[in-house]
Design a protein around this ligand. Structure first.
Ligand code: HEC
Ligand code: HEC
Length: 441
């Protein structure tokens, strides 16, 4: 009797365990995101479409296409090109502002054209303009920073390769990451999450993750922003020129092609279809880099420089419903060595996210989740620099002022103090191992 009961138990156990196996095999399996610098698509579109989109990203624009009146460069690739289109570069941008009597950050007022017009609503200072020229010999609109704008910062161009995976991470995953980080580190390391408007979904917000201050959640929003603010090319998301002085081309400049896609759509698709930066596989296998990898975790670098994130499942709607995560980007594990959260590591540049510059008309109807207080809190915080591909960048940190890994590490203070002290207390050999590990990323 006893043994019969036991056999029944065994049978029930077998049924239960096989059911568990069925469910486990049906649960979506996370796959590794493709990596590489081969210029090919990550699978979201065919390679030819990816390369055609790259042609747009590389295209040098002139005055006839709407360049300027104020601008920084003539193509996206001019600033995003190392080691290939979509990578980072040494080009920095100037941002300024000042503290008001209220103790808060204020955007600059920059007079142009002999003081006849004031540029406001942005912290970016454009370095170039299309005039004076033959048509406007007396109109000089170059921006020149007034003495009173005493907060001044430069910021490096960022890597965009693999950003499609970053965009496809669910808002909730980043919110949860921030919560766990703060809890596990007893309130000493607490990445800030900010909600930002999705320009293509008016009235809707998402968790910011792009730019040094997490000013955007959507790659399409960022593309529209960059087309206007870096190149002066108005588009359906940002239809208003920064100034109309010397302007001869009607708005918006970026008209859709025969396929219905505008340049901003193609820029976003080019970034979304790029592969993630690949590691130096050979170096990563050396005993020293492997030891450095263990030490990196041990002294707490990985608290912010998070090794792995997983994207939302295919079919998930993001960007306020404007984008559905496709199978090529859904359920993918990738290794950014970053948390995409904002931290005060003692290097803050004092600049708050400028809302009109980044969200254009969408700034007029800020979604409820976008708290002005949180925007103020971006003043001395920066996004954890994702370390994927960092071996390919000779200038480090937001300002590019750290030419060596050692310099960059030793500048970390504030929330990163414990990790920096941990590094300082390592033996010379162990410090070198951590740096060797960084050289493999
Ligand atoms: C003059 C240089 C310059 C040009 C031209 C330029 N960018 Fe950028 N880009 C930058 C800088 C600098 C940043 C970091 C901005 C910040 O947060 O302060 C950046 C950041 C980005 C990011 C965020 C990446 C991330 O992972 O956070 C995206 C996306 C982007 N640019 C897309 C574009 C597109 C698309 C174009 C062309 C329309 C373009 N950029 C043109 C300099 C440039
Ligand atoms: C509290 C979060 C935090 C911790 C802990 C942390 N970092 Fe960082 N790290 C950041 C932030 C934020 C930046 C960007 C700072 C800036 O640009 O001014 C950064 C930037 C870097 C950079 C420059 C990357 C680039 O592309 O410019 C390197 C290298 C780096 N960290 C390595 C490390 C190492 C090694 C450790 C451990 C000793 C560490 N970090 C610990 C947040 C952190």
């Amino acid at each position: 009797m006893k043994s019969l009961e036991r056999m029944a138990d065994v049978r029930i156990w077998m049924v239960v365990s096989s059911l568990v196996m069925v469910f486990a095999s049906q649960a979506p399996q996370s796959q590794e995101a493709p990596t590489g610098f081969d210029g090919k698509s990550n699978g979201l579109v065919d390679d030819q479409t990816h390369q055609e989109d790259q042609v747009k990203f590389d295209e040098v624009e002139g005055v006839a296409e709407g360049l300027g009146p104020l601008y920084n460069a003539q193509s996206c690739a001019e600033c995003h090109q190392n080691p290939m289109s979509g990578g980072a570069s040494q080009i920095t941008e100037l941002r300024v502002g000042h503290l008001g009597p209220d103790g808060r950050f204020h955007n600059p007022d920059i007079p142009i054209a002999r003081g006849t017009e004031i540029i406001s609503g942005r912290t970016l200072v454009n370095d170039r303009a299309i005039c004076p020229n033959a048509a406007f010999p007396d109109t000089e609109i170059q921006e020149r920073v007034p003495e009173s704008e005493s907060i001044r910062a430069t910021r490096m161009s960022l890597n965009l390769l693999g950003d499609g995976f970053v965009e496809a991470v669910a808002d909730q995953s980043l919110i949860e990451l921030a919560r766990q980080q703060c809890k596990k580190n007893h309130g000493k390391i607490c990445g800030l999450v900010i909600h930002v408007p999705i320009v293509e979904s008016p009235g809707r917000a998402g968790v910011g993750r792009f730019g040094w201050k997490d000013a955007h959640a959507s790659l399409l929003s960022f593309s529209g922003d960059a087309y206007l603010n870096e190149m002066g090319i108005t588009n359906r998301l940002f239809p208003d020129e920064v100034t109309n002085l010397c302007n001869t081309v009607s708005e918006p400049n970026d008209a859709p092609g025969p396929d219905g896609l505008s340049d901003v759509d193609r820029f976003a698709r080019f970034i979304r279809t790029s592969k993630a930066p690949a590691r130096d596989a050979k170096l990563a296998e050396t005993p020293q880099a492997k030891r450095g990898s263990v030490l990196f975790d041990k002294i707490g670098c990985e608290v912010c420089h998070v090794r792995s994130l997983t994207t939302a499942p295919a079919g998930t709607k993001i960007n306020g419903g404007a984008f559905t995560v496709p199978p090529a980007l859904g359920g993918k594990v990738f290794h950014p060595f970053g948390d995409f959260l904002l931290h005060d590591v003692g290097t803050g540049d004092g600049i708050v996210i400028p809302v009109i510059e980044h969200y254009g008309r969408a700034a007029r109807q800020m979604p409820r989740e976008c708290s002005p207080e949180n925007f103020q809190r971006t003043r001395n915080r920066l996004r954890t620099a994702p370390l994927w591909g960092v071996r390919l960048r000779p200038r480090l940190m937001h300002d590019g002022a750290s030419p060596t890994f050692l310099d960059a590490i030793l500048r970390h203070r504030g929330e990163a103090s414990k990790a920096t002290h941990g590094f300082e207390h390592l033996s010379r050999n162990d410090q070198e191992a951590v740096i060797e590990f960084l050289r493999s990323l």
